[in-house]
Design a protein around this ligand. Structure first.
Ligand SMILES: NC(=O)c1ccc[n+]([C@@H]2O[C@H](COP(=O)([O-])OP(=O)(O)OC[C@H]3O[C@@H](n4cnc5c(N)ncnc54)[C@H](OP(=O)(O)O)[C@@H]3O)[C@@H](O)[C@H]2O)c1
Length: 246
C-alpha cells in the first residue's frame, strides 16, 4: 500500500456505498480522511471508528454538498484541523430514474442540486484551496455511455461532471493538481439496488463480460490509483470502471 501519511483527503458521501469504501481504502493508504455525509450520522461515525480501530486517521464532516456555505465550512474545518487539503473525491450523488416525459420538476431540480451544483460547489472550493500537488476525482457513471431509457436527467448531470473534470484539469495548469473522473457501471450499493426487483438486478449483473456487479471496493481501487503516485500522469480523463459493460 502507498503511504500518504501527511496528506488529507475529503471524500464526499462517505457514510455508505462507494464513498465508504473509498474512505476506508484511502485511510489504509495513509491519508487522513474527512468522511463527509448529509444525514447518515450513525454510519459515518461507525466508519470513522472502524478506520481508527485499524490504525487510520479520520473525522466526520456533516455537510450537504448542495449548500455553498456548508461546503465552505467543511473545507474551513479541514484546513483548521489538518493545515490543508490535498485530495477531493467528489462521490456524493443521488439517482432518481424516470423517462423524460415522466420526470417532474422536483426530480430534475434535486439531481441537479446534488450531482451537478454539489459537485461544482466542492470543485470550486478545491480549485481555490487544494495544496499544490493535489488530486481531484469526480464520480461519474457509465450510463453517460450506455444511454438507457429513464436515465436521462441522472446521465445529464454526470455528463456535465465529466465536462467540468477535463476543463478544471486545464484550469489548474501549473499547480501539479490532477483532475479525473471515475465512471462506475452497476455497483452493489443502496443507490443501485434500492427499488429494483431481483430479476432486474440479475440481468444487469450479467451485462458486463465479467458477469457480476461491481463492488464498492472495485471502484475504491480505481480512485486509490488516481490519487496515489502511480496515477500521477493521468489527468483530465474519465476512467470507466465497469467490468467491460461499455
Ligand atoms: N452504485 C452504482 O451503481 C453507481 C454507478 C455509477 C455511478 N455511481 C455514483 O457513485 C457515487 C456513489 O454512489 P453509491 O452507489 O455509493 O450511492 P449510495 O450508496 O446511495 O451512497 C450515497 C452517499 O452520498 C451521500 N449523499 C447523498 N446526498 C448528499 C448530499 N447532498 N451531501 C452530502 N452527501 C450526500 C449519502 O450520505 P447520506 O446518507 O448521509 O445522505 C451517502 O453516503 C454517486 O455519485 C453515484 O452517482 C454509482
Amino acid at each position: 500500500m502507498a503511504n500518504h501519511s501527511r496528506k488529507v483527503a475529503i471524500v464526499t458521501g462517505a457514510s455508505g456505498g462507494i464513498g465508504a469504501a473509498v474512505a476506508e481504502r484511502l485511510a489504509k493508504d495513509g491519508f487522513t480522511v474527512v468522511v463527509n455525509y448529509a444525514g447518515s450520522t450513525g454510519p459515518a461515525e461507525a466508519l470513522v471508528a472502524k478506520i481508527e480501530a485499524a490504525g487510520g486517521r479520520a473525522v466526520t464532516a456533516q455537510a450537504d454538498i448542495s449548500s455553498v456555505e456548508a461546503v465552505r465550512r467543511m473545507f474551513d474545518s479541514a484546513e483548521t484541523a489538518f493545515g490543508g487539503v490535498d485530495v477531493l473525491v467528489n462521490n456524493a450523488g443521488i439517482m432518481n430514474l424516470a423517462t423524460i416525459a415522466d420526470s417532474d420538476d422536483a426530480l430534475f431540480d434535486r439531481q441537479i442540486a446534488v450531482n451537478l451544483k454539489g459537485t461544482f460547489n466542492t470543485l470550486r472550493e478545491a480549485a481555490r484551496r487544494l495544496r499544490d500537488g493535489g488530486r481531484i476525482v469526480n464520480l461519474s457513471s457509465s450510463v453517460v455511455g450506455l444511454l438507457q431509457p429513464t436515465y436521462g436527467v441522472y446521465a445529464a448531470t454526470k455528463a456535465a461532471v465529466e465536462a467540468m473534470t477535463s476543463i478544471l484539469a486545464k484550469e489548474l495548469r501549473g499547480r501539479n493538481i490532477t483532475v479525473n473522473a471515475v465512471a462506475p457501471g452497476p455497483t452493489a450499493t443502496k443507490l443501485f439496488l434500492d427499488g429494483k426487483p431481483q430479476e432486474v438486478i440479475d440481468r444487469l449483473a450479467k451485462l458486463a463480460p465479467l458477469e457480476r456487479l461491481g463492488q464498492p471496493e472495485d471502484i475504491a481501487s480505481a480512485v486509490a490509483l488516481l490519487v496515489g503516485p502511480d496515477g500521477g500522469w493521468i489527468n483530465g480523463q474519465t476512467l470507466r470502471v465497469n467490468g467491460g459493460i461499455i
